[in-house]
Design a protein around this ligand. Structure first.
Ligand SMILES: CC(=O)SCCNC(=O)CCNC(=O)[C@H](O)C(C)(C)COP(=O)(O)OP(=O)(O)OC[C@H]1O[C@@H](n2cnc3c(N)ncnc32)[C@H](O)[C@@H]1OP(=O)(O)O
Length: 388
């Protein structure tokens, strides 16, 4: 056992519209699924990680609801879509520090059943929030904030809408094999650029879906992982970073992955070229492009060339990505898609992805999460997983 901790359980909820289930019930169902996957019981869990998507007192209410009565460690780090990637790193550190042995991480949400227009609703947290005065003048919806980054990237580097569209094409090519994907139809570049404009230059098909669902992970110390009858997927590297908007005077074209990525690569002692598969947070096509550059898979500004002509399609391109269809086509529960990024990376590392998209010998994989507004204030988490 070479790594400090192992992902021993992973489960993604199959629902995409949970009209008859509560958010708490979804948390419990994904926790149960991950325990079953690992061959563990709730009484084995002594560390619990949950971001802001749980009802009531958040994770505290979930501890009670799920009967986690052996807890010694609890972490509610909230960093939007990157939360659950960051939690994996925090769980590893807690295990190293002896704070827990077996950590459960759960995500659940039902924005679709609740009718939330997450991408296009104007989001304001109120006058007391200092970053808002710099963002609201630009029409602050999640889509407009990402559109601003796309516009700047196009201006600086000549990136085109067609290049961004290739990212959705790759995601849809993978999603056709996922029986749970919300959008399993393969689309073309023309389909993307001819779909209705949501926030110029981002079209409807440049956006992630709005879905219900969730997922869970279990991270365990090596001594426990080695007793379990599952492939050994070690956490080899991890990093987290936060970018702020410097009172409006900001370079929009990079993300915090430019900092979290090198932290994870340094810890793991590997380079981007060693990675066989990558799960990249895909709230919008531009999010993927920027993170790929920042993680070092290609030079800054060259992301458009990297992704075009199937660069991200399994079996075709240099770097297979989001082989479950990702947030663009599969699911995006609770605005915190980082969880599903880690789950698909685990499937790839175990060799348990759909055979049509499984990467041969995917023994070194990466997952990157991004939470908050790309370009302006947000956090990124990166994990590098190794199949032993
Ligand atoms: C840190 C973060 O996580 S940031 C990300 C947070 N999440 C978001 O921002 C969500 C982004 N997505 C959205 O806001 C919405 O899905 C939108 C704006 C893209 C589309 O919403 P609407 O225009 O209301 O579309 P609506 O749900 O009515 O569906 C209309 C059609 O578009 C399709 N559709 C909806 N979303 C998408 C999508 N993302 N991609 C492709 N097709 C889509 C539907 O299947 C439907 O097709 P049909 O007419 O053949 O049945």
């Amino acid at each position: 056992m070479k790594n400090p901790a192992y992902i021993v359980g992973a489960f993604e909820h199959p629902t995409r519209k949970a009209e008859t289930k509560s958010t708490a019930q979804l948390h419990a169902e994904v926790a149960y699924g991950a325990l079953q996957d690992a061959g563990l019981q709730a009484s084995d869990i002594d560390g619990y990680f949950c971001a802001g998507d749980a009802p009531g007192m958040g994770g505290l209410s979930m501890i009670d609801y799920m009967g986690l009565n052996k807890l010694r460690h609890y972490d509610t780090t909230e960093s939007g879509g990157s939360s659950y990637v960051i939690h994996v790193g925090h769980a590893v550190e807690a295990i190293i520090q002896g704070k827990c042995n077996v950590a459960l991480i759960t995500l659940a949400g039902r924005p679709r059943a609740e009718g939330m227009q997450t991408g296009t609703a104007v989001r304001s947290f109120g006058a007391g929030v200092p970053d808002e005065s710099f963002e609201l003048p630009y029409g602050r919806t999640i889509a407009t904030m990402h559109a601003m980054v796309a516009t700047r990237h196009m201006y600086e580097f000549g990136t085109t809408s067609e290049q961004l569209a290739w990212i959705k094409v790759a995601a849809s090519t993978h999603a056709q094999y996922n029986p749970h994907a919300m959008l399993p139809k393969v689309v073309t570049v023309e389909d993307v650029v001819n779909s209705p404009m949501v926030a110029d230059p981002l079209h409807r098909l440049d956006c992630c879906v709005i879905s219900d669902g969730g997922g869970a992970l279990i991270v365990a110390r090596p001594e426990i992982a080695k007793t379990l009858n599952r492939p050994k997927v070690g956490v080899k590297g991890w990093g987290e970073a936060y970018k702020h908007q410097n009172a409006g005077g900001i370079d929009l074209t990079y993300s915090a992955a430019a900092m979290s990525g090198p932290m994870a690569f340094n810890k793991a002692g590997v380079k981007p070229a060693d990675i066989k598969y990558a799960s990249i947070y895909d709230s919008f096509t531009i999010s993927v492009l920027v993170q790929l550059e920042d993680l070092g898979f290609c030079e800054k500004g060259k992301g458009g060339q990297f992704v075009q002509d199937g660069g991200l399609i399994s079996g075709v391109g240099k770097l297979p990505f989001n082989t479950d269809g990702g947030g663009l086509c599969n699911n995006h529960p609770s605005n915190r898609g980082g969880m599903t990024k880690v789950i698909e990376a685990v499937r790839q590392a175990r060799g348990e992805a759909h055979p049509k998209v499984q990467v041969p010998n995917a023994d070194l994989v990466l997952a990157n999460g991004k939470g908050g507004n790309l370009g302006t204030r947000h956090g990124c988490g990166t994990v590098i997983l190794e199949r032993e």
